[in-house]
Design a protein around this ligand. Structure first.
Ligand code: CP
Length: 324
């Protein structure tokens, strides 16, 4: 049963999933729905963030997250500034904290940050009065990915409780696995992981069941299989002999795809997809492949997060300070 919580969002920042309650997650998902309805209109823009500035501070590459935050902010009528690390004074040795102090002087209202080091968004949040949104930090967290995944499954299933999701691949290096499994667990889904023993953390949270055989994982009867990319940029060692071997043991091969489609199992992936490694091409055209829908929902969920953080911060700001 989906229940809209009667509650207010009262946070300055969104840094991880762990600190959210299931009611706050539900509020973000419910707030995203009317924003998604805008997407089919000829005018997709609404005014709540008029006069506000959103800074996109990406120290790591991104296609989906950066672009969808930019579109989300613009659809809420905010101004958007893109901080290009490679052409900034970071390359002349300016530290993160000095960079933040400089940007803080420009009075931005939101900082959306991605960094390869876990904890950098938390550090920035403590240094600035702007609302900080974690757009992915190291192995740690990717909260808006988790929320858009939850929003996508919430559209598919009438009731998430007791539905099962199997997360497959490089769990060890994945901030997505951490955030998405936690978020779906909070919403009542059963969560499991399957991957190479070398790519599963030695200790996993109690809500995660671990499988090391595909057939065993399939007997668990997942409703959704969530594939992860091998995060080679974060791997410090060789975790398996070759990509070909990885695909045959842990990827969605032709034979496995036949079983998955026969059983009507949904497929998800946060992107970017490596075709021929975690999946064969045909999976991308499967009618239960939700990858494009995840991207679409990313904009609505990010609009929801920006909007709710804005309401929370504006409510705490005295009227005189707002007017001056
Ligand atoms: N899912 C995700 O974070 O994709 P990008 O790296 O393209 O932002």
């Amino acid at each position: 049963m989906k229940k809209t919580p009667k509650m207010k969002f009262s946070r300055k920042d969104l840094l991880d999933i762990e600190s959210l309650s299931s009611d706050e997650i539900r509020l973000i998902l419910d707030t995203a729905k009317p924003f998604k309805d805008l997407f089919t209109r000829s005018v997709k823009k609404v005014p709540p963030l008029k006069g506000k500035t959103v800074l996109l501070l990406f120290y790591e590459p991104s296609t989906r997250t950066r672009t969808s935050f930019e579109i989300a902010a613009k659809r809420l009528s905010a101004d958007v500034a893109n901080f290009a690390v490679s052409t900034s004074s970071v390359v002349k040795g300016e530290s993160i904290l000095d960079t933040i102090a400089t940007l803080q002087s420009m009075n931005v209202d939101f900082i959306v940050v991605r960094h390869s080091v876990s904890g950098v968004p938390n550090l920035i949040a403590r240094q600035t009065s702007a609302s900080v949104i974690n757009a992915g930090d190291g192995f740690h967290a990717h909260p808006t990915q988790a929320l858009l995944d939850a929003s996508t499954l919430d559209e598919i299933f009438d009731d998430l409780r007791a539905k099962k999701i199997l997360i497959v691949g490089d769990i060890l290096h994945s901030r997505v696995a951490r955030s998405t499994s936690r978020c779906l667990h909070y919403l009542g889904m059963k969560t499991a992981v399957f991957g190479a023993g070398t790519l599963i953390p030695s200790s996993v949270p109690p809500h995660l069941t671990v499988f090391d055989q595909f057939d065993e994982a399939m007997r668990w009867k997942p409703d959704v299989i969530y594939l992860l990319r091998l995060q080679l940029e974060r791997q410090k060692a060789n975790f398996f002999p070759s990509m070909r071997e990885y695909h045959s043991v842990f990827g969605i091969t032709r034979e496995r795809f036949r079983q998955i489609s026969d059983e009507g199992i949904y497929i998800m992936h946060p992107g970017p997809v490596n075709r021929g490694v975690e999946l064969i091409d045909e999976v991308m055209d499967y009618d239960r492949c939700l990858i494009n829908r995840q991207v679409e929902n990313g904009i609505a969920v990010r609009m929801s997060v920006l909007y709710l953080l804005h309401l929370a911060v504006d409510e705490k700001t005295p009227a005189v300070a707002q007017a001056s």
